[in-house]
Design a protein around this ligand. Structure first.
Ligand code: FES
Length: 148
């Protein structure tokens, strides 16, 4: 095996092992189109973008928002949640967060962030993973979209 082939194979293997252990795969930050606003009718946690883009979508009554999946303890590990579940749990040291990212139990000391979210002119929901909002900004118009 040539050096380049070895490096490619070993890097892929390491990424797979990291993903299985809950480590976040690096995703390039930026806008992610997640679908038409009218397709988010179901209440609760949507986990479809955790492994690819590092966020959960949460519908809470008429608000839809994007919660970062990156644990605030090590800033790398993805927390895990089940669709329809009410808690997000870090597989590393057991920190727990509510569905909206509020810290329930440490060792993490901070809430999960929210990503900026908006509806574009075609009615598509777009999450901007380059813009992380802290809790003081969760009520801002860029932190959620209204779902009828
Ligand atoms: S890395 Fe998440 S609790 Fe330690």
């Amino acid at each position: 095996m040539k050096r380049r082939e070895f490096l490619t194979a070993s890097t892929g293997c390491a990424c797979l092992m990291m993903e299985r252990a809950g480590w976040a795969a690096p995703a390039s930050p930026g806008p992610v189109t997640v679908g038409a606003l009218k397709s988010f009718m179901k209440e609760g946690l949507d986990t479809r973008w955790v492994s690819t883009h590092g966020f959960f979508l949460v519908r809470n009554q008429d608000h839809l928002f994007a919660v970062s999946a990156t644990c605030t303890h090590d800033h790398r590990t993805h927390v895990m949640g089940r669709p329809g579940g009410d808690k997000l749990v870090c597989p590393n040291h057991g920190s727990q967060y509510a569905q909206d990212g509020t810290l329930i139990r440490g060792p993490a000391r901070h809430n999960l962030g929210h990503f900026s979210i908006h509806v574009d002119d075609k009615g598509q929901v777009v999450v901007d993973t380059s813009r992380l909002l802290d809790q003081a900004e969760w009520g801002d118009s860029t932190a959620y979209v209204k779902v009828e």
